[in-house]
Write a protein of this length. Structure first.
Lengths: 245, 239
């Protein structure tokens, strides 16, 4: 039986190394062509870049990566670390800022498509129950014009990854959500990726903060779906003061 | 000619409260009151099934007006499906509405299985608790079921199909969502604060109170909506 961890480790080890250049603070502005479907109030930028780096290294094999298996520990260092400044356990990358930020909910029909018939043994397909049951699914989305991120890292590598591999932002891009019209990169003088004007720009573990007004159990590093990466954090948008590290 | 854009701030709660002045609502209220009166007269030991949602809160208010000592049964879904603050709110609201005999039941499965606890309501509530209540002499259950909610519920009401061995009474069977909210807002009936979070997004007509991050509702995209609106509660198991 194929050892998935080893297979993906070898595939990633054979990927060309990424040569990091100059790190600087910058702002990325995604000009949106369609609303962004969301499953959280924000989208983490380091999660997005980790996803694009895996796509870059694995090519089509990315789409057969095992679900719910965290490959982080088996990734070679060059492919595990993101081209973003790191303090403690977190990257200097803000969460998404949606402009304007207002949530809506629409509904989608998840229903049987005849392209699935190739692998079916039976001639009749029940859409009332079972695997092919049709569902009326709620889809939360934000109809924003722009999505802004603040990052401190290698702008050229990140720009290259985004321009080469980013299909869309957020959930359900395959049905047209989160389409990006344009991306604007601007270098900045100030690093606004962790805390800006006393406000947390991303989930920050409370251990890293001297003072904070609020906290919650949230994931603070990629992969964000893994419960192991959940800790008591200062949520984005909350007043806080970082400890001197 | 310059057209001025008039922005109207609509207070839906006030509008819904005004619905309570309509003859249509008054008729529904009278009908519900009649159903409750008749049910109380013909049964010895009834109870009110109170979930904390809008329908059961409204029904509880109506039943307590006629029978202040009625037993109010609340099923607790445990800390992994309902946040503690909301559970406390349910209980406080029931007391504010006037419940004196509040009975809270739950299952250990919720703590043991956490967010993998599936079908506990059927197994524990319908399978064990209700037969126990029947043995204790309870002969009627007030349930806030409405025809409008789904075709399945409409058929259940039309065919008088009880899911438990205890007879059920549905005083709000013919009520619409407008009637329920009108009754709540016009009478200042306390309701769960999560409605104020969900209703502006999903609509006052569609908003429902169900367990959060429940795998049973994943197919309907409920997990995604909860993830955005109740994100603080997503990782409760880490706490």
């Amino acid at each position: 039986m194929l050892d998935e961890r080893k297979y993906f480790h070898d595939r990633l080890a054979s990927a060309p190394p990424i040569r990091w250049g100059r790190f600087a603070p910058f702002r990325i502005s995604f000009k949106m062509g369609s609303p962004v479907a969301v499953t959280m109030p924000w989208i983490n930028f380091d999660g997005l870049i980790a996803h694009l780096m895996l796509l870059d290294a694995l090519g089509d094999d990315f789409f057969i990566t095992p679900k719910k298996l965290d490959l982080t520990d088996s990734l070679p260092k060059n492919r595990r670390l993101l081209p973003i400044k790191k303090t403690g356990d977190i990257y200097h990358a803000s969460v998404s800022m949606f402009i304007p930020d207002s949530l809506r909910v629409t509904h989608l029909y998840k229903r049987f498509e005849d392209r699935w018939t190739n692998n079916l043994k039976t001639k009749k397909v029940s859409i009332a129950s079972g695997k092919f049951r049709s569902y009326f699914m709620a889809e939360p989305y934000i109809p924003c014009r722009e999505v802004v991120y603040y990052v401190f890292g290698d702008m050229n590598i990140i720009q290259d990854l985004i321009e080469s591999y980013l299909f869309g932002l957020g959930n359900d891009c395959r049905v047209g959500f989160g389409m990006v019209r344009d991306v604007v990169f601007e270098e900045m003088d100030e690093d606004m990726s962790l805390v800006a004007k006393g406000i947390a720009m991303r989930p920050i573990p409370v251990d890293m903060c001297e003072e904070y007004e609020d906290s919650a159990y949230i994931a603070y590093k990629a992969p964000y779906w893994n419960p192991r990466n959940v800790a008591l954090c200062v949520p984005p948008g909350v007043k806080c003061k970082l400890k001197r590290l | 000619m310059q057209i001025e854009k008039v922005v109207m701030v609509v207070d839906l709660k006030k509008i819904l409260a005004m619905w309570a002045d309509t003859d249509e609502f008054k008729e529904k209220l009278q009908e519900a009151d009649g159903i409750i009166k008749k049910a109380l007269a013909s049964h010895k030991k009834p109870y009110v099934a109170y979930s904390g949602g809008k329908d059961s809160s409204c029904m509880l208010y109506l039943v307590l007006r006629r029978c202040p000592d009625v037993t109010v049964l609340h099923w607790d879904y445990g800390p992994y499906y309902i946040p503690d603050w909301l559970r406390t709110e349910f209980i406080e609201n029931a007391r504010k509405i006037g419940a004196k005999n509040l009975r809270i039941e739950t299952s250990d499965d919720y703590l043991r299985l956490k967010r993998h606890a599936v079908n506990v309501l059927g197994r524990e509530y319908i399978g064990k608790l209700i037969p126990n209540l029947a043995r204790e002499g309870y002969d009627l259950s007030f349930v806030g079921l409405r025809r409008e909610e789904s075709l399945k519920r409409k058929i259940r009401i039309d065919t008088k199909k009880f899911i438990t061995e205890i007879e059920e009474c549905w005083p709000l069977a013919n009520w619409s969502w407008k009637d329920v909210w009108a009754c709540i807002f016009a009478n200042n009936i306390p309701y769960a604060s999560t409605y104020d979070i969900y209703a502006p997004v999903v609509g006052w007509d569609k908003v429902r109170l169900v367990t959060f991050f429940d795998p049973e509702f994943d197919h309907f995209g409920a997990g995604n909506v909860d993830g955005v609106l109740m994100w603080r509660f997503k990782n409760i198991h880490q706490g």
